[in-house]
Ligand binder design. Structure first.
Ligand SMILES: *Cc1c(COP(=O)(O)O)cnc(C)c1O
Length: 259
């Protein structure tokens, strides 16, 4: 494998420096941004190496892989188990909801009311007292290949606005999940600067939803914006990201075809 995989602690220091620089440019505190190390396709040992380097949040995109990996990590962690939070960042199939509901602390990829309802029910059935934290995945770029609630041109499209407001209100009422904010994936672009409008749009949509819904839902809070990956997280932070999902810059390239 390539060198970068042997340098997880070094890579984490570099990423944290880059995060702090981006935060400073935006006049934000670096503490307001959570680094999620996306460990998909990488072994439990890579997670343990990153944990030892101070990372507490990890992202996975397949329930099957998570079912294998998390017990291996938990076994090695023993007493420190409480320090790890697993984030589901990939598309969640409805037939995997039951398994996912107890495994993850946060699901970033809730892209339909139906999926939210299923997660809510499954979480309640686990007997866990805490609702599952979720983020609503939003497709602000309008790319047909992207998952997420449709939000292209939301600023100028009353029908899109009405649908989004209604869907969010419906999900907020579910007892087994707690909506914490929004998530998006930027299009693949040559230069990270070109992703900026997508990040700014997600932040604008969050602000608009709060303004629109808080008269009827005073308890609504949407503090989290999950946006930015290896190729664009500095710009995402400048635009208000509170969670960045970074894989390759920490763990190296993934094996082809494995996610
Ligand atoms: C794989 C993945 C990431 C991490 O991507 P990198 O480019 O390796 O940083 C982030 N978010 C999601 C949803 C992913 O599937």
């Amino acid at each position: 494998m390539n060198n970068i995989t042997q340098n997880i602690p070094h890579n984490i220091v570099r990423v944290r420096e880059t995060m702090a620089e981006a935060a400073a440019r935006a006049g934000r505190s670096p503490d307001s941004i959570t680094l999620i190390a996306v460990s998909k396709t990488h072994p439990a040992q890579a997670v343990l190496d990153a944990l030892a380097a101070g990372v507490q949040h990890f992202g996975e995109n397949r329930v099957e892989e998570m079912e294998r990996k998390s017990p291996q990590v938990a076994e090695s962690l023993a007493a420190r188990q409480g320090e790890i939070v697993w984030h589901m960042v990939g598309h969640l199939q409805s037939r995997k909801v039951k398994e996912a509901a107890p495994l993850f602390g946060v699901v970033h990829s809730v892209d339909t009311v139906r999926l939210a309802a299923r997660l809510s029910k499954a979480r309640e059935e686990t007997g866990m007292i805490e609702p599952l934290d979720i983020l609503l995945e939003v497709n602000v770029s309008g790319e047909a290949s992207k998952a997420g609630f449709a939000a292209a041109n939301w600023q100028h499209d009353g029908a899109v606005q009405a649908n989004l407001a209604a869907d969010v209100a419906e999900i907020v009422a579910l007892p087994g999940v707690r909506v914490r904010g929004l998530m998006t994936m930027a299009p693949i672009v040559d230069a990270m600067e070109n992703a900026r409008p997508v990040f700014a749009s997600l932040r604008g949509l969050r602000d608009w939803l709060l303004e629109t819904l808080s008269p009827t839902l005073p308890a609504l809070a949407l503090p989290e914006l999950s946006m930015g990956m290896t190729d664009d997280y500095p710009v995402a932070i400048e635009e208000g990201a509170t969670m960045v999902r970074v894989g390759r810059a920490i763990f190296g390239e993934r094996n082809a075809g494995s996610g």
